[in-house]
Design a protein around this ligand. Structure first.
Ligand code: PAF
Length: 275
């Protein structure tokens, strides 16, 4: 496994590779990321993992500065799985001020986008840059960031990028909490409480299966359940799996998505439901 910091070195090493499977990350790797890398290893002859905390996708009051940076530990976890780890400095990714951005589709202004203005614009811009640098034939993203995945799929389709996008199932702790680098911000009491987002989504998913017409009622109940437990709920919503749009009548492939804060930590999760 080779750790590469510069764009020129990356290009020199990847130019001869035929079948690149790519996992973009912001580092602080947990089992969920490692599972994505294992999937990549099954699907490409060369596995590239990027580790880059992208300033463009953080708002002014978000956790860019305190986002955990653990490159050495991350590289140890990737030994034997990744062929190349690309960990550029901010000045390498953005040698000049980025004045051109990907304008993401309207869905980027809803759900998480309504609470994190500019987040998906910054995310889509860096993912396009990474795609251009790595030129993978396949890229793997976790379904935990469902909205991110939906936007990346649209970007790849609408810009005719020759990349297969694979969505990987969410990795969970034994109690059901979705794995996330941000879980480490939780105090031990908050960590105990955190599983209730998954439980609430599980309950909403069962209600949806039983009573698929009254989506607003299910959303409201789930939202109130979390709020009553002390969460600051941003949204609980039932959307179509396809592009996260409002489901049409009779839509069968749905997803319950949620975002809420527990203390200072913002958590997101979702569950797909097929009726
Ligand atoms: O999901 C993430 O870790 C990031 O949003 C990504 C896709 C690596 C872009 O910075």
């Amino acid at each position: 496994m080779l750790l590469i910091h510069s764009v020129s070195e990356l290009r020199a090493h990847l130019v001869q590779q035929r079948s690149i499977a790519f996992v973009p990350t912001m580092g602080n790797l947990h089992e969920g990321h490692i599972e994505l890398v294992r999937m990549a290893k099954q699907r490409g002859t060369c596995v590239v993992v990027s580790i880059f905390v992208n300033p463009l996708q953080f708002g002014p009051n978000e956790d860019f500065d305190k986002y955990p940076r653990t490159l050495e530990e991350d590289c140890a976890k990737l030994q034997g799985l990744a062929d190349f780890v690309f960990a550029p400095a901010v000045s390498d990714m953005y040698p000049e001020q980025q004045t051109l951005y990907i304008e993401p589709p309207p869905i980027a202004n809803e759900l998480c986008g309504a609470f994190r203005p500019g987040h998906f614009r910054g995310m889509a811009t860096v993912v396009l840059k990474l795609f251009n640098l790595v030129q993978p034939h396949i890229a793997i993203f976790g379904k935990k960031d469902y909205q991110q995945l939906a936007i990346i799929r649209q970007m790849v389709t609408q810009f005719n990028l020759p990349i297969e996008i694979v969505g990987a199932e969410t990795s969970r702790a034994a109690d059901g909490l979705a794995l996330s680098s941000r879980n480490q911000y939780l105090s031990s009491e908050e960590r105990t409480e955190a599983v209730n987002m998954y439980r609430t989504l599980t309950e909403a998913a069962s209600e949806l299966k039983a009573e698929s017409k009254n989506l607003a009622k299910i959303e409201l109940k789930a939202s109130q359940t979390l709020a009553n437990r002390g969460w600051q709920v941003e949204y609980v919503a039932i959307r179509s799996q396809n592009g996260l749009i409002q489901p049409a009548a009779g839509e069968r492939k749905l997803v319950v998505v949620a975002a809420a804060r527990l203390g200072k930590t913002r958590l997101i999760d979702n569950l797909e439901v097929c009726l």
